[in-house]
Design a protein around this ligand. Structure first.
Ligand SMILES: [Zn+2]
Length: 131
């Protein structure tokens, strides 16, 4: 959880508010008088309405190993994995940001090179998005 002091004055006493992010919420509070309000955190992937497309490339693995590992990562057959790699088809398309965050480590842990379009603005280490 990170806290920052804002320029917004407390509506009760006029002292600066302190804002902290807690998951999906933003908590604004006043340390001087104890006033507090919770709002939706706009800076969170659950509120990102962009739909993303995820593709994988063999990277340093080579095509045969990439197909095998993609099959493991997705729990699909080798044939489907071969089509995805060979034809550079999307592994997932039109998915929301939180699905990308869930999917990305499954693929990257297999050593696959993952590309996301459009540019993905959220952290993908699986930790920074959940305070
Ligand atoms: Zn106050």
């Amino acid at each position: 959880m990170t806290e920052r002091i804002t320029r917004s004055p407390c509506p009760e006493c006029g002292q600066p508010q302190v804002v902290s992010a807690q998951g999906l919420s933003l908590i604004a509070r006043c340390p001087a008088c104890g006033w507090m309000v919770a709002t939706t955190n706009p800076d969170h992937p659950f509120h990102d309405r962009t739909r993303y497309t995820v593709r994988v490339e063999p990277g340093h693995l080579g095509t045969a190993a990439a197909i095998a590992r993609l099959s493991v990562a997705l729990g699909t057959g080798v044939k489907q994995a071969r089509d995805l790699i060979g034809q550079n088809l999307p592994v997932a398309e039109d998915i929301p940001a939180h699905e990308v965050i869930r999917l990305h480590p499954l693929l990257s842990q297999q050593g696959l090179h993952v590309t996301i379009t459009p540019d993905f603005p959220w952290p993908l280490d699986g930790r920074s998005v959940v305070d």
